[in-house]
Write a protein that binds this ligand. Sequence first.
Ligand SMILES: Cc1cc2nc3c(=O)[nH]c(=O)nc-3n(C[C@H](O)[C@H](O)[C@H](O)COP(=O)(O)O)c2cc1C
Length: 190
Amino acid sequence: MTKIAIVYFSASGHTQQVAEAVAEGARSVVGTEVSMLRIVGEDIKDGRWNNDGIIAELNAADGIIFGTPTYMGGYSAQFKAFIDACGGIWYHQGWKDKVGAGFTHSQGLSGDKLNTLAGLVINAMQHSMIWVGTGLMPQGATPEKINRLSSYSGAMSQSNMDQANIGDGDRETAVLLGKRVAETTVRWNR
Ligand SMILES: Cc1cc2nc3c(=O)[nH]c(=O)nc-3n(C[C@H](O)[C@H](O)[C@H](O)COP(=O)(O)O)c2cc1C
């Protein structure tokens, strides 16, 4: 079995929906097992995130897909606390050669989401992971279109303030990212 872990933070549920779509895509690949690992603020004490169960799942995974909303043009603080808590793993290069990928959701069409994805890529490079982008040509810019936000380094999605559910195009983009990462990880393990 190829193990894919999706580790993400979501406060108001949009990034959660993206994570579920990514999981759906990854699960569609035969021989893939997916775990959904949600970062929560309750796991942060005195500014430090700790959850041994999540770390154990990540250490056991062949591929890790990171997801966070864009807050103030970057990671949410909760997600950054998780990233920083993985510094000890970095020190021993414990995630070296695992496959990595990422996604971010925000309210603005841009909203400076690229900076968040760049942070995810750099973090993965520090861990010596193998980064997988979307591999998707944009099908157009309207909400039902795949990769409408033209993002290659990771999946971007966007919702308006009064919008409860993510749009179909963003959802499908996330499904395809999950599928691509799972397929790549199966090939890489072979
Ligand atoms: C503190 C804070 C900062 C935010 N900063 C940005 C931003 O820089 N760009 C943007 O497009 N949206 C920004 N937003 C909007 C969120 O990205 C949006 O509400 C998103 O849906 C949150 O994800 P979630 O529903 O998974 O919690 C911000 C929201 C909060 C609460």
